[in-house]
Design a protein around this ligand. Sequence first.
Ligand SMILES: C[S@@+](CC[C@H](N)C(=O)[O-])C[C@H]1O[C@@H](n2cnc3c(N)ncnc32)[C@H](O)[C@@H]1O
Length: 289
Amino acid sequence: MNPLHHGTPARRGSRRQRPAVAWVVIPGTSGPDDARARVAVKATSPSLLAAAEALAAKLGLRCVVKGDEPVEAWLELGEEGLSLRAAGGPAVTVTPRAAVQRPPGGRDLLRRAVGRVSPDAWVADATAGLGVDAFHLASHGLRVVLIERSPLAAALLEDGLERARSGREGPDARRAAERMRLLQGDARRLLPELEPAPEVVVLDPMYPRSGKRARPGKGMALFRELVGEDADAAGLLEVARAVALRRVAVKRPLRAPPLGADAGGAAPSGSVVGTTTRFDLYAGRGRTT
Ligand SMILES: C[S@@+](CC[C@H](N)C(=O)[O-])C[C@H]1O[C@@H](n2cnc3c(N)ncnc32)[C@H](O)[C@@H]1O
């Protein structure tokens, strides 16, 4: 049972009747220290305070009551689910209903990059992030294991999966979520432990910062600041190639060099190219793409 969605009524006689807010400092994310120290968890109603505290306990976090110190960013637990927020910025949340809608025009780059998958085989999304790609693949009938190392992103994902499984995100998202499972941890360690091994591994590491690229929205900039830069992504590609039975697909900005190219990494055997993005394809351990 996910504690996020089973808030208990405020405890009678509790000294914490007001404010109904728990601030939780997030240690152990992979982002910069100063960003971690600025994050909190906030319950929007007294009935969710216990769930917020359960989330804190689950993640091994410290709770402090609102008013102790100002925060710039917070995980907000409300009736609609869990979201990451910053003052004056939009909410960042997992959006299953939107993610399962098919892109118009039939140019589905991600699905083409994954290619043929045997019935009942698994696809691993080893950089799950906010689950957009994973929900999309699952909506095509694929079984998807999501791996995410940031505890903060994994909490958002777990919340999104729970909402989808409950049917609150619509029937398509519910069916997709039934084909998905989430693992929290570093994919370099978890991928080799998957049983059965995935037929295809999808990687979408954070794009390197570039002065030429459009700046991300404030919400996504915050997300990026908290999960970090993924500077170790070339190593993840090596692990993925040793694990995938058939193929590894790596999302890249259209004009970026292949992942790891500057460190003498293997060249991709092909690419699926869109207008702003491409997927580089690498043979897996079965040496097929
Ligand atoms: C650009 S986001 C991925 C977005 C995702 N494709 C989506 O559809 O929402 C990259 C994510 O990969 C995660 N990540 C990077 N390296 C990882 C690793 N070695 N193991 C697990 N997660 C990793 C980061 O924490 C981050 O959340």
